[in-house]
Ligand binder design. Structure first.
Ligand SMILES: Cc1ncc(COP(=O)(O)O)c(C=O)c1O
Length: 389
């Protein structure tokens, strides 16, 4: 009765089962994977956010496939003020989430079975997004050698007649690595040579740990480029469901791409009026939430490093931005088994590297936006177990 594309393995994984078990025993879990900013103890400007939804304009229905001009303007303003990039409003198309943005772009570029090159390790949702759009993902490795780098040799090998584009996550989740300038130049050459588009996820772009803004791909005109971002991370408001695609590139393909994307978006018209009228205020909220999150990430990272200095079993991989850190741990069992043991014995939740497609065991991923006390206590307990073997 059902499509092959939805034939997923729907049973819970062993870690989720263990989590349910430990929770039902009444134990307090120290969740070092917490990545929901609305539950991370941040201070939001509640009344300003709520007032933004009180506009009478929201009572009018004005279906605009690219989004209302009044909602695309604050997106352009974000790029102007935070990234010094002038973005023509005709090149911005609003979506309810980055995931929806991915789906639209996959639909635009790929026929059934066409291929996209995706980084590995990276964001686990790609698999599902690709399944739903009948796209085949072909991974290209990121290699860790004094920081993470794109393996261009493997990228060259991964390209085929069916390849339509290269996906980048800038900075990547969970490795925290930005695409370097020389990599950007090489990627542009590679895409030009093979007639490919770039699809760049920049949801964590503003979270550079050294405080230095990295260049957005929303100014990359060498090849057709779709930059995806949204307020789920920029303003720490994932529940509001507002994101966008910003397109760049050579004029001929760019206007064709936007015209086709407009038809895709017109088929759903998924942006609600209230959220669009609220978008200027919701984007403005980043000026309040970003400093808090950067402070949280830096503080937790300093605490992690302080505790790492006191033990010999684990190391932290270098990271440049985003909300996550990767630990290198001894391989005495699978990462999943280690995470289950951490849960059962210490009530600490971490993610095994294989959730993100790390090449082998020996990697754990933890969220740096976890509230400070919980983070410090959780790391201490985790090191007690890992270091005490
Ligand atoms: C790399 C990356 N892209 C996109 C998203 C989700 O964005 P959205 O809520 O806009 O779909 C996440 C969420 O964790 C993410 O890690």
């Amino acid at each position: 009765m059902f499509s092959d594309r939805t034939n997923w393995k729907l049973t819970r994984n062993r870690l989720t089962e263990a989590l349910e078990e430990v929770k039902s025993s009444g134990a307090r879990i120290l969740d070092l994977t917490a990545s929901n900013p609305t539950r991370a103890g941040l201070h939001y400007n509640d009344s300003q956010i709520l007032q933004a939804f009180a506009s009478r304009n929201a009572l009018d229905y004005d279906p605009q496939p690219r989004g209302l001009l009044e909602a695309r303007q604050p997106v352009a303003e974000y790029y102007r003020s935070q990234h010094s990039v002038e973005l023509g409003l005709s090149r911005v198309l609003l979506t309810t989430s980055t995931s929806e943005g991915y789906s639209f772009v996959f639909r635009l570029l790929c026929n059934v079975g066409d291929e996209l090159l995706v980084p590995k390790p990276s964001y686990p949702l790609f698999e599902f997004l690709a399944d739903l759009q009948d796209v085949k993902l072909v991974p290209y490795p990121l290699i860790y050698d004094h920081g993470w780098q794109i393996d261009f040799l493997s990228l060259q090998k991964a390209v085929s007649q069916r390849t339509r584009g290269v996906v980048l996550v800038h900075p990547n989740n969970p490795t925290g690595s930005f695409v370097q300038d020389h990599e950007r130049r090489q990627l542009n050459r590679f895409c030009r040579e093979h007639g490919l588009a770039l699809i760049v996820d920049e949801v964590f772009l503003d979270y550079a740990l050294d405080g230095e803004q990295r260049e957005t791909f929303a100014s990359n005109n060498d090849v057709l480029t779709f930059t995806l971002s949204g307020i789920s991370k920029i303003s720490a408001l994932p529940q509001m469901k507002a994101a966008w695609i910003a397109a760049n590139g050579p004029e001929a393909s760019l206007s064709d791409a936007m015209a086709r994307l407009e038809v895709i978006a017109d088929t759903y018209l998924s942006m609600s009026a209230p959220i669009q009228w609220a978008l200027p205020a919701l984007l403005e909220e980043r000026n309040n939430t970003q400093p808090q999150l950067i402070e949280r990430v830096q503080g937790n990272l300093a605490e992690l490093d302080r505790q790492l200095a006191g033990q010999k079993s684990c190391q932290r991989l270098l990271l440049e931005g985003g909300w996550y850190a990767v630990l290198r741990v001894p391989v005495t069992q699978t990462d999943e088994e280690l995470c289950i043991e951490l849960l059962r014995q210490k009530s600490v939740l971490l993610h095994p590297g294989h959730f993100y497609d790390f090449p082998s065991d020996g990697y754990l991923v933890l969220s740096l936006i976890t509230p400070k006390e919980e983070f410090a206590e959780g790391v201490e307990l985790a090191f007690e177990l890992i270091g005490g073997r």
